[in-house]
Write a protein that binds this ligand. Sequence first.
Ligand code: BGC
Length: 376
Amino acid sequence: MLKFPKNFYWGTATSAYQVEGNIKNDWSQAGKKYDAGIACDHYNKYEQDFELAKQMNNNAHRFSIEWARIEPKPGEFSQKEIDHYKNVINSLKEKNIEPFVTLYHWTLPTWFSEKGHWLKKESIKYFERFAIKIMKEYKDTVKFWITINEPNIYSSHSFISGDWPPFERSFFKAQQVLENLAAAHKKIYKAGKEINKNNKIGIAKNNNHFKGIIKFFSGYYWNHQFLQKIKNHQDFIGLNYYFSSSLLNFLGNKKEVTDLNWEIYPKGIYHVLKDLKKYKKPIYITENGLADAKDKKRSSFITNHLKWTHKAIKDKIDVRGYFYWSLLDNFEWDKGFKPRFGLIQVDYKTLKRKPRPSSKLYAQICKGNALKTKQK
Ligand code: BGC
């Protein structure tokens, strides 16, 4: 039996655009492929979804607040939407589920992108204004804040490969975006501490485990550059871990893969966690999961990643929580609805939810705060 530390947070994660439905933002405006439509209608069904999280014995949940809903026009805040997220937060609190709130999970109000997106210096003050508003509104109920989700994934898709809005292709612009995101984070960190000194503020950083020769080129740029920029402005590190990368993988030499052909490499989480030790901050695994429509690999995926997480904890890495990605099947960005990441299956015709078998295993783990070593 592998016991996890006392008060460990067990949860799942989602993001607004991927699950809520009916959002008008820079993605929905970018064409059919980028429009998530009604998605899972989580906006109206959050109560039922959190009930399912409760049945999995979760004591934490990570979700994001959609900026485009809260501030549909510059400087004009929607009371209706502020109240909506208040209800969302209260619904979690009533179930003894700790909210971890992401302020920016990649989608933006259209006015923000029209004003020059993250490329302009003013972007910093716009994001800061929104973040301060939110942190003040929910200051009595939310303690854990994630300002930005995965700055590197975002900047590389949106500004280097150009397959996500605003479809730019410039390494230079991507770098500028990272600078502005880091500056905004630092300002929000300071403001958030003034709003409530007990606030815990960080980012969600996707780090890969790099093997072989590419380790030297990519390790710093991908895993550490952004963390270095904000290192004195974070109370914790949110780690999103999905896979390891090597030249051999790139050439197609992968052992076991997910439905998205991502290599499953549980030991990588151990390396990546150890690699974060130098920042001397508590770590929450804010995402870890796989696309597996048949649910054939999900249970062993979770078990094996948790085994390596446990080993990292034994080796004195201060890991305090684990959030499986995702609670529900959802809109997987440019890949649409096909990839199935959910512990709960969603039928997109009827919007009915159905827990997958792996959710039973996750429920047991969360309940016992432990992993049975023979657990498959
Ligand atoms: C993102 C999620 C995404 C998941 C699976 C992470 O990079 O934060 O929004 O759905 O990976 O691709």
